[in-house]
Design a protein around this ligand. Structure first.
Ligand code: SF4
Ligand code: SF4
Length: 238
């Protein structure tokens, strides 16, 4: 038969009483008999009752009707939400987006590798490495052409200074602004990518803004031409 000790527990079993505080147990917090302290005293923070006459039911109905009138008048107006990206809002004619390199009508590249665009770029994101044209391999009408032409589109701030600096309107900024891609390397636009055909609306705008440049003649025929007309600033490329 199992004997009970003086606490009433059977010998060999843990006693039911809690260990004394001296053995590391912390005292349980005393529960208040009155409940938690309220955050506000009664009446504190309650806004005062508005003074003056109370609005009648008719006034309330009138205000409700006024609100509904505004809602219903907007409901029957044409929807102006643009379903982007299926629909796009028109951009300004002078919007500066993605860059393009242009060609003349006879297929020669306009860029003559002068590096003025790279010098004008405030963030240094254009790399031009020029090479000499030869009779066997003529790429541009000038003495040199851009053997390498790269733009780091991650650095570009689309200021348009390169377009302004170019003496032959070779580099232009088009309207494209959706330039997302999947890697940093793809944002280095190479010459091949920049020579992609220009959107027709941009070509029309450029021709409207500047008198179209004459298509350059081969070197032998150029020497027989009469004296060039007076300088026309950036459009004079002869
Ligand atoms: S738009 Fe401005 S920042 Fe971009 S390449 Fe041209 S000059 Fe440089
Ligand atoms: S794009 Fe224009 S400014 Fe730049 S290197 Fe070519 S010709 Fe010169």
């Amino acid at each position: 038969m199992t004997e009970k000790n003086e606490d009433g527990a059977r010998s060999g079993e843990q006693p039911d009483r809690e260990p004394p505080l001296s053995e590391g147990r912390t005292a349980a917090p005393q529960r208040s008999q009155e409940g938690p302290t309220p955050l506000r005293r009664p009446g504190e923070g309650v806004p005062a009752k508005p003074e003056g006459p109370r609005s009648s039911v008719l006034d309330d109905v009138g205000a409700l009707a006024g609100g509904l009138k505004t809602t219903l008048s907007e409901f029957f107006k044409p929807v102006i939400t643009t379903e982007y990206p299926e629909e796009k809002t028109p951009r300004s004619e002078r919007y500066r987006g993605r860059h393009y390199l242009r060609r003349y009508d006879n297929g020669l590249e306009r860029c003559i590798g002068c590096e003025l665009c790279a010098a004008a770029c405030p963030v240094g994101c254009i790399l031009v490495i020029a090479a000499e044209n030869s009779e066997e391999k003529r790429v541009s009408p000038g003495e040199r052409y851009a053997k390498t032409y790269e733009i780091n589109m991650l650095r570009c701030i689309f200021c348009g200074y390169c377009e302004e600096a170019c003496p032959v309107q070779a580099i232009v900024l088009g309207p494209e602004y959706e330039l997302s891609d999947t890697s940093r390397e793809k944002f280095i636009y190479t010459k091949e990518k920049l020579l992609e055909p220009l959107p027709p609306d941009v070509e029309a705008r450029l021709n409207q803004a500047h008198a179209p440049l004459p298509t350059p003649l081969p070197r032998g025929e150029r020497e027989t031409l009469p004296d060039p007309p007076p300088s026309r600033g950036r459009e004079n490329i002869s």
